[in-house]
Each structure stands twice: as C-alpha cells, then as structure tokens.
Design a protein around this ligand. Structure first.
Ligand SMILES: Nc1ncnc2c1ncn2[C@@H]1O[C@H](COP(=O)(O)OP(=O)(O)OP(=O)(O)O)[C@@H](O)[C@H]1O
Length: 519
C-alpha cells in the first residue's frame, strides 16, 4: 500500500496548506476528532495498513505508517516506530470519490483550514487489490452518504459581478469557489456581468436545459436580475422551476447566501451549493404603473427603506451607515403616511409561531425533485390584478397616518445579525409583514431595533407581525421618498404585491427551512 497524496491542481502551490495537502494529510493525523465506528459500518481495506470506513456521519480513515521516532542515539543508530492515525471526514465535506485510470482510489473533500475557509484536499491510495469488485460498490456507497438526495455533479452557470461589494468577486471566485466546484466535478460556465441589467439579459437567453443552477457570485442584485430575466421568458414557469438560483457571497448585501447557505464565507457557501437540496421558494409579483417585477427578498417603505437607500452618500461608514440611518430617523420620530390594504393569512403571533413550528418539526423531504411545468407556461396570472385595477372587493384601504416602517420579508435574514423575519418559511405562500409606528417613544423604538440582533424582535409588542399573501400600499402627503424592492429603489408611487407560492427554486441545506433561528 502507498499513500500517494496527489497534487491538488486547484491549490496555490505556494501556500503552506497546499504543501500539507500535497503530501497527503491522512498520514499527518491532524484535526477532526475520531468518531466511534458502528458495527454496521462498511470498511474497505485499501492496503495492509490502511482502511476506509463508512461511519454514521463521516468517513473514518485509518492509516499506519512508519515514522522516525528518534534521529540518532549515542551509537549512531536511528530508531523507527509505527504510528497509527485515525481521522474522520464528515460526509458533508466529501466532494467526490472515484477510481482513477491506474486503479488508485481518490477521494476529494473540503478540508477546513479555519472556521470560515474550506479548501479541496485529496486522499489517494494505491489499492493492494485493485481488481476487487468491492471497490466500485464502496465508492457508490460513500457518494450516496455524501450527497443523499442532493444532485451530484451539478451543471452551474456562474455569474460573477466584478463590481460587487468591494470589487473583489472575481478574485474570490477563482480562489475560494471554483476549486470547490471543480473538486466536486461540477460543470462550470463562468461569465462576468458587464453592466447593470446584464444578469436579466443572460437569464432571459439562457439554455435552461444545459444547466441545473445559476450561481451568482455577487450581492443580492444579480439574483434579483436573474429571477426577473427568467420571469420574462415565454417558458417562465418551467425556467423558474428548473433552474435553482443561488448566491456565492460577493457583494455588500448577501442575504440569499445567509439564509440558504448559512454563511457569508465564499468557500463554505460553495460547499453548501455543491450539497444543496432543490427547494421551492415563494416569489412575489410587485406591480407599479404597468410594470411587473419579481421580488425574492423584501419590500420596504419608511425608515428601513430610507436608511438603506437614502444613505448612499455615507458608504464610507460601511455597514454602520444603515444603523446610523435608522437611529437618526427614530430620534426624529419620522412618519411616512400611507393607505394600506392587506390580504392577511395569519394575523397573530401565536398562530404564526404554530405555523412555523409545525413546518420546522417535519423531517426534511426525502425527494427534492419538483414537477417541471410545460414549456408554454409563462408567469402565473395575478390573482388580485395589478395596482392599476380596482381594489379587490374583500380588501379595505386603511389609513396609516403615523407609519414608521412597512417591511415585508420573504427570507429571514436581511443582513448578518438582522433576522427581521424569523417566522418566514421558503414556500408557505406568505410574506411576513412587519409594521411599526413612527411616533413610538424613542426608547421603545430603539429597544425594538436592538432586539433584532438579539433574536427578540418578533415578541416585541410594538412590532405588528402578520403573514400575508398580498397587499397594496399608497404613500400619501410626501413629495418624494424611498421604496425598496430587494435593495433596489423603485419610483415613489403606489404599488401592489402578491405572493406566488414556490414559483422559484433555490438550493438549501435543509430542503424546507432557512438557516435562521426561528420562532
Ligand atoms: N460590470 C458591471 N458594471 C456596472 N454595474 C454592474 C456590473 N455588473 C453588475 N452590475 C450591477 O451592480 C449592481 C449591484 O450588484 P450586486 O448586488 O452584485 O452587488 P452589491 O455590492 O451587493 O451591490 P450594492 O451594494 O449596490 O447593493 C446590480 O444592479 C448590477 O446590475
């Protein structure tokens, strides 16, 4: 038996980690703790002194090698001793396994080099009995545990926004993302976005049968464009069901990755995409004038919208500009009068908590394939018409003279530490709507704001929280202002929104929940 430790083609050879990996990490016996191996485990003897065992949650690698235990004694004799090393690699981290042409067995996995970075690493053994029929079945069994119902070798259309965030997305893609996808044998077709709206154009013209995933190395702007591009197609329903839209965090707002990949680390997000389960996501039609936009993240009017979009001149402050913007308006007790009509699905927090907990207690779906609509179906029709139509009969416009915040969310986290919508679910057919008065006592308003980071926002009495399927909002008595749809500004005019249950598709870790603390 020989542990060959192949060179990893994706590593920067100058890095220390790469050198360790090239020499074969297994023999070094580092990191993860050993896991007890159950009796039912399948063990593959790769050589006289090494074995690979499928444990309950991980691949257990045992390796014995000769190690120099002392250099020279007083008589000039070297001593050598045997050292057995055991380590576990979580199945989640296994990217690929195969027999190479020369009969070696090669396993690629995501090795944690820190809490926020994983890099591809390779274990490679020359088999003592390469002809054994056991090997193929063992590899299949390993891949089965590594992927479960997640699709292997995803075909990924990769969009990279070179200007996302601080402008480092292209470098980050090459360093942290592409190597993970390549090690997992995904097919990659990378394109840099060239201008505003390019994501929409690409999605509109994309060969949807050639890809499984559109992955955006960007902020939330490019996923928004991609869903809108898919929505403009004659086969919109099919395109939106077939293509999972995902994000590799490369912008200043990375909410999609936070909620679905549970991270803003590019390499961990890439691993989450490799292992992601296809999950339907509600999308929202927003109509304004004769326009129809698809929204996946949020719609905001009032303090939050203004603090997000009205503080561009304070970009030098980084993420603090948003907090500064909110506090300034809370202290001024700004109000944003509007008439609002809402189609409510769940109107109290007890019922909402119940809905959330029922879904959270379910086991992850066993099958994550969804029905693909025929090619002649466009976007679903609007059940409540558009903002230009008369108000539906059962709706009532209610004046909100002292509105401070109107904030509708389709995902839980709006940014790191801002789980504004903890009860939201990927495809419950509802938006979570938060309304707060602008004339609250300053102390109470600031307490509510601080509660967001402490996961206590939902229970604050001044926070009105409902699950809704549609609404119309008509701003009043203001010359101009901010309306924020997925972080983008639209004209300060009345708009209407309605939810399309599970119209879009994403990849998630759980298959039915966001990566957020719920209620
Ligand atoms: N090559 C390009 N040149 C200029 N703008 C671009 C280019 N590619 C994409 N864009 C635009 O950049 C905008 C922001 O993109 P994205 O969300 O990826 O980054 P971000 O850093 O989170 O953005 P922001 O901070 O502005 O919200 C999108 O509207 C997109 O259309």
């Amino acid at each position: 038996m020989a542990s060959t430790g192949q060179t990893n083609p994706f590593e920067d050879p100058s890095s220390k980690d790469a050198q360790v990996q090239e020499q074969g990490e297994i023999a070094r016996g580092t990191s993860e703790p050993q896991e007890p191996v159950p009796h039912t485990a399948t063990t593959l003897a790769v050589g006289r002194n090494a074995s690979l065992t499928l444990g309950t949650e991980s691949l257990v690698v045992q390796d014995e090698e000769l190690q120099q235990s002392g250099r020279v004694n007083c008589c000039g004799v070297s001593f050598a001793g045997k050292n057995k090393t055991t380590r576990s690699i979580p199945f989640y981290n296994i990217l690929w396994a195969e027999r190479s042409e020369n009969g070696d067995i090669t396993i690629q996995y995501a090795h944690a080099v820190s809490k926020t970075v994983v890099r591809p690493a390779i274990i490679s053994y020359t088999l003592d009995k390469p002809e054994s029929s056991e090997v193929e079945a063992w590899i299949e069994s390993l891949l089965d545990r590594a992927y479960g119902t997640s699709q292997r070798r995803k075909r990924i259309k990769m969009l990279v926004n070179p200007f996302g965030g601080q402008g480092g997305a292209v470098k980050m893609y090459h360093k942290h993302i592409a190597p993970i996808f390549a090690a997992a044998k995904c097919t990659l077709d990378m394109e840099k976005t060239q201008h505003n709206g390019h994501g929409t154009e690409i999605a509109q013209a994309l060969d949807i049968d050639a890809f499984d995933v559109v992955a955006c190395c960007s902020g939330d702007g490019i996923p928004h464009e991609v869903w809108n591009g898919l929505g403009k197609r004659a086969d919109a329903a099919r395109a939106l069901a077939k293509l999972a839209v995902t994000q590799l965090p490369g912008g200043s707002g990375n909410a999609l990755s936070l909620n679905l990949n549970g991270t803003v680390s590019p390499s961990l997000a890439a691993l989450a995409v490799v292992k992601g389960l296809r999950t339907p996501l509600d999308l929202i039609s927003v109509t304004q004038g004769d326009r129809r936009i698809l929204s996946f993240l949020s719609q905001a009017v009032g303090i939050i919208a203004e603090a997000d979009l009205g503080t561009e001149h304070l970009r030098w402050m980084g993420s603090t500009r948003f907090t500064y913007g909110v506090i300034k308006r809370i202290l001024r007790q700004d109000v944003y009068p509007a008439d609002i009509a809402i189609k409510v699905e769940h109107d109290n927090k007890t019922a909402i908590r119940e809905v959330y907990r029922t879904e959270a207690s379910k086991s992850p779906p066993r099958h994550n394939e969804r029905e693909i609509p025929p090619a002649d179906l466009g976007l679903p029709p609007l059940r409540y018409g558009s903002v230009q139509d008369p108000l539906p009969d059962s709706w009532t416009l209610v004046p909100h003279d002292h509105l401070g915040n109107f904030y509708a969310g389709n995902l839980a986290y709006m940014s790191a530490d801002a789980n504004f919508f903890p009860a939201s679910l990927p495809s419950d057919g509802c938006l979570d709507l938060v309304r707060m008065r602008g004339n609250l006592k300053r102390g109470a308003a600031i307490k509510a704001l601080l509660a967001v980071a402490e996961h206590k926002f939902f229970d604050i009495e001044d926070v009105d929280y409902k699950k809704v399927t549609a609404y119309r909002i008509i701003p009043r008595n203001q010359k101009d202002g901010y309306i924020d749809i997925d972080g983008e500004r639209i004209p300060f005019e009345p708009f209407q929104a309605e939810v399309h249950q599970g119209l879009g598709t994403v990849l998630s870790k759980s298959g039915h929940l966001f990566e957020a603390e719920g209620v």
